[in-house]
Design a protein around this ligand. Structure first.
Ligand code: 2AM
Ligand code: CA
Ligand code: CA
Ligand code: CA
Length: 269
């Protein structure tokens, strides 16, 4: 992607994500209609939909040749990552949005010919904007994030993971390995917003993030951010991520990545 073009797209994306955040914030105490999607705990609100429509409209007006892949379906039917594709999660952490009115984010990853060029994650209520451009490092607001080059062992690491992987009946991963991992770690955290969990890995607040079921819009921006500070982002089995399908993800500081994957993660099926 041409650098001038990339900067122009970045500036638009940044302006739009801040504007969208402002709209959400201004309506945070308004009554909202909440519907469920795949199951009773899979929530969506009209604010998720309105926010995605806002991005769809902005992108359509400004860049007729760009594509949008969004969680709520107001974008395009994408079959490959040719051209410029905006991968947008209008509200990541909808359950937090509904129950807590905080701890949710807007996530935008912009890909050119399949390569992640621009990532933005906006923690709306804290007004914290994480940004990255490929090859230019990652930022928290105006502050450049340092590289993740510390060699802290797993026993002193904090990993974000979901307690549901500890349940024997979970369909994704052998729970015994997950229990062994939890025993080895210093501690675990679970924030309920994949985008923020990536941002916290990039920031060094978390040493890693392991999850079994992410969609492209959950990690499109976060993976760019984490890689820009030297972190490793792959599937949980260390294979390359597939940006068009549901996937496992392991994002972490370099020195614990292989140990977590090969030592503890035993995927079912
Ligand atoms: P969402 O709020 O945009 O739906 C919660 O642990 C995290 O997982 C959030 O980032 C949430 O995104 C995401 N998530 C929720 N349901 C999911 C599903 N069925 N598949 C994949 N990710 C999901
Ligand atoms: Ca959702
Ligand atoms: Ca999401
Ligand atoms: Ca969402």
């Amino acid at each position: 992607m041409d650098q001038q073009k990339k900067n122009e797209i970045f500036d638009h994306a940044k302006a739009w994500i801040l504007e969208a955040g402002e709209r959400i914030k201004s309506k945070i105490d308004s009554p909202r209609s909440i519907e469920t999607k795949s199951n009773p705990n899979d929530l969506v609100t009209e604010m998720d939909q309105e926010t995605e429509q806002f991005f769809a409209q902005k992108i359509n007006e400004t860049y007729q040749d760009h594509y949008l892949l969004g969680e709520e379906g107001f974008g395009d039917e994408i079959e490959d990552l040719g051209g410029t594709v905006w991968i947008v999660d209008p509200i990541d952490g909808t359950m937090n949005f509904v129950h807590q009115k905080r701890n949710f984010a807007i996530s935008i990853g912009i890909y050119y010919e399949g390569v992640g060029e621009i990532g933005l994650i906006y923690n709306v209520m804290e007004e914290t904007l994480y940004t990255a451009r490929r090859g230019e490092g990652a930022y928290k607001n105006e502050h450049k994030l340092p590289m993740l080059d510390e060699e802290r062992p797993l026993s002193e690491s904090i990993l974000a993971l979901n307690t549901s992987w500890m349940i024997p009946e979970n369909p994704h991963v052998e729970h015994q390995g997950m229990q062994d991992l939890v025993k080895k770690l210093r501690s675990t955290r679970s924030y309920g917003s994949a985008a923020l969990e990536f941002a916290f890995v990039a920031e060094g607040l978390l040493d890693g993030y392991l999850t079994m079921t992410l969609m492209p819009w959950d990690y499109a921006a976060g993976s760019i951010l984490v890689r820009e500070v030297g972190g490793i982002v792959t599937r949980a089995d260390r294979e390359e991520l597939d940006l068009l399908n549901k996937t496992t993800v392991l994002a972490s500081r370099p020195n614990i990545h292989e140990e977590i994957s090969t030592g503890y993660v035993r995927l079912k099926k």
